[in-house]
Design a protein around this ligand. Sequence first.
Ligand code: CA
Length: 534
Amino acid sequence: MQKLHKLFRPNATAQNRPIDATQLKNSAGGYVWEIDPWQRLDRFLTLGTESGSYYASEQTLTVENAENVMQLLNDEGVRVLERVTELSTQGRAYKNDPALFVLALAFTVSDVETRTAAQKALPLVARTGTHLFTFMEYVNSMRGWGRGLRRAVANWYDRKDLPDLSYQVSKYAQRNGWTHRDALRLAHPKTTDVQRDALYRYITGQADKLAEVQADFADYLNAVEAVKAETKVKTVAETIRRYNLPREVLPTEMLMHAEVWEALFERMPMTAMIRNLATMTRVGLLTSMSEVATTVAERLTDKERLRKARVHPIQILAALMTYARGQGAKGKGTWLPVQRVVDALDEAFYLSFETVVPTNKRIMLALDVSSSMTWGQVAGVPGLSPRVASAALALVTAASEPRHLFTAFSHQFLPLTISPRQRLDDVIKLMDDMPFGATDCALPMQYALEERLELDAFVILTDSETWFGKQHPVQALNDYRQRMGIFAKLVVVGMLGNRFSIADPKDAGMLDVIGFSTDTPSILADFIRDENRH
Ligand code: CA
């Protein structure tokens, strides 16, 4: 017998050939689909392009995304700005830079409505002095300082109340080559308010103008000026308590004292607390038996507090990875991590996502661990490769779904035993040690069929750079659906800011979601639960 059946199988097209005309070639030479331009915008805003990908440089990825954004801005500019504002203000993305970049691009569009929407969005998307300076640096490279742009920056200052503006001006004095003085000189905001006028003059270098007004903000700024020259630790701590000074305004040598950190800690914002855990441990304030450790753990595991402060899970993950190591990146010293804090960070990670209502469905969580997934950094966080990030993200679904199964694949199927009961830093280490390989995104479905596993959904976390297999993932899924008699769904969690997906947009049982948005696990669960998606 000629083994013809071994040479041809229906419903099996090699991944390096398209199955229909709607597919396009990915960077690895396999055929997949292109996600919708709005989905691309979301991926860019959420994942960014920092450090590029295995296949494309940071610049190439950025240019591709910027071209997509420009197209959308020209078609439906106002909608783009609504989306940017929504994602940014809700804190769905870890980094605000892509949102500020899109905003700067919007200022280059000639459409009046789009420009007006961009001017309105500026104070909402650029909430801090750092955000404003990042925006100014982006927009400065794209166009000249016309009237509309100057007015938008002036409006940023005019809209802030005086205490908030004083705080911004002292905390973020300069970033990315810009100072508030530069910004005010360009924007020239005009005011008839005596107090505001004094503050603007103070910013542009006339510090003596503050003496002419009597207001809390002036007292605050006078305290900021005074503390710069203060040498007594006790006085610095008292001034911090009295005026709620941020760390940024203190002389560097003061930041070596536990007493100073104790004063800062009392009203420290959540994101600052998370960022300074190592420092507070190093200076001896945060120790195993300390009350501070109890307060830190309480604050970290308070879901409401996390939500209000818009703490992003990636910030917690990054803090956990660094803090648990007990050693800074470059010459930042060592510390003895406090166990309670490490555990609280672990718990905080799960709490920082939007609440997930469990589906109780049978879900395979399949992680692409191929070589391309080891490249680069998700949202620019050192050590957070797409494959490490995908494991952390999948654990959130696993924590809420009792009937889950973890698997991993490259060009071969790999066993993966991780669990939300394990600490995240252990899981990260385990992921780092997984073998490399080529990519075949059809393997999870093929394996499930071979093993006759009854599943309601496949969740595949990948960059969709599949190319190795002899069958397309969608064909494998359809085989599975037919032969098992289960209409299993497919959720593709895009872990990279590219434009590819293995999900067929024509199939209502397939969905693309963005890796590492705070709402990723809840969107994923809603889709799997929805009985009408067939
Ligand atoms: Ca790959």
